[in-house]
Design a protein around this ligand. Structure first.
Ligand SMILES: [Mg+2]
Length: 180
């Protein structure tokens, strides 16, 4: 069982709104709360890893992005400490990537800090970059097709068809994660 689950935010947990910076626009996606509950009840450690290039582009501040996280956690209702650690990568694609996915830096830190093997780590996300991050780490990955990206097609274009399961809801991803 993957005990350390690193979860994407936009398009996976909440509705994807480009350059979201207004907490009032935060909308939790269907089945997210149930899925997170299952992961928690199964004893998984949960982490959030989100690319927020709007910070690097100067569209909004890091604090604005944090306020959206707080609103998301409030709506989920499973406590403000749901995630053991939150990684928001502020770089724009033009800036040198530090934590920006598909950077494996955050995942490597989790493995070191928690003594987790790659087998005990799993990324859940709606974009090919989430699974490219998993590929770099050699850890598990589960794609959630929330219809924003044609995830199956993007995986095929990156020679990753069949490497990672793609499911249609967060609840299915959570169920898959605790069974693998
Ligand atoms: Mg996403």
């Amino acid at each position: 069982m993957a005990k350390h689950i690193i979860i994407d935010r936009d398009g996976t947990l909440i509705e994807h709104i480009p350059y979201l910076c207004d907490p009032e626009k935060v909308r939790i996606l269907p089945t997210v709360k149930e899925g997170l509950q299952i992961l928690k009840q199964s004893g998984c450690r949960l982490f959030l890893h989100t690319n927020q290039s709007g910070v690097g582009r100067g569209y909004f501040s890091y604090h604005d992005a944090e306020r959206c996280n707080q609103e998301m956690l409030r709506q989920i209702g499973l406590g403000s400490d749901l995630f053991e650690r939150v990684c928001m990568a502020p770089e724009s694609p033009e800036q040198p990537a530090d934590y920006r996915k598909p950077s494996s830096k955050f995942g490597r830190e989790i493995m070191a800090e928690y003594g987790a093997a790659a087998n005990d780590l799993c990324y859940i996300g709606d974009n090919v970059t989430d699974l490219l991050t998993a590929k770099k780490l050699g850890c598990g990955g589960i794609g959630v097709d929330t219809a924003l990206h044609d995830l199956r097609k993007m995986l095929a274009e990156n020679d990753l068809s069949g490497t990672y399961p793609v499911v249609d809801s967060f609840l299915e991803a959570a169920t898959y994660a605790i069974r693998r």
